[in-house]
Design a binder for this molecule. Structure first.
Ligand SMILES: [Zn+2]
Length: 138
């Protein structure tokens, strides 16, 4: 089902206009994000629908990021529990530092906390000492 941005009505997936109010419906492309660790060698691919939070799980509060670096050297590399998030707006993707202790960098430029910047496929993103190459696949 696809939700109308104007009235919230649910419409059949292939409809172009809302049955209720006639508003054009927005069809978002499926987007996959591929993360490659240049320091640890792992690769992960996941769909990017709303947001992906990268950090470390916190058993005390029950917090679990979408990508948990606890068992991937996250502690040693100074990755915060809520370190970084990737999110999409339409078909554009942004990265945002979530006030991490050791900071986030995009292509060696420091991200200001809570100040999203556009991400392009192939950008290098650093979380503390962890360096990720991020690819976007439509
Ligand atoms: Zn509608």
């Amino acid at each position: 089902m696809i939700r109308c941005p104007a009235c919230g009505a649910e419409n059949l997936p292939n409809s172009l206009f809302c049955e209720e109010c006639g508003e054009p419906l927005i069809h978002e492309e499926k987007l996959m994000v591929k993360l490659v660790s240049l320091t640890e060698g792992w690769k992960i691919e996941m769909p990017l629908e709303g947001e992906v939070i990268i950090g470390r799980a916190d058993p005390a509060t029950g917090f679990k990021p979408h990508l948990d670096l606890s068992d991937k050297g996250g502690v040693e590399k100074g990755v915060s529990r809520r370190h970084l998030r990737l999110f999409r707006q339409g078909n554009k993707v942004y990265v945002e530092d979530l006030g991490s202790s050791n900071g986030s960098f995009i292509n060696n430029r420091r991200l200001l906390p809570f100040s999203p910047e556009p991400l392009a496929s192939g950008d290098e993103v650093r979380l503390g000492g962890e360096i990720l190459k991020i690819y976007l696949e439509g």
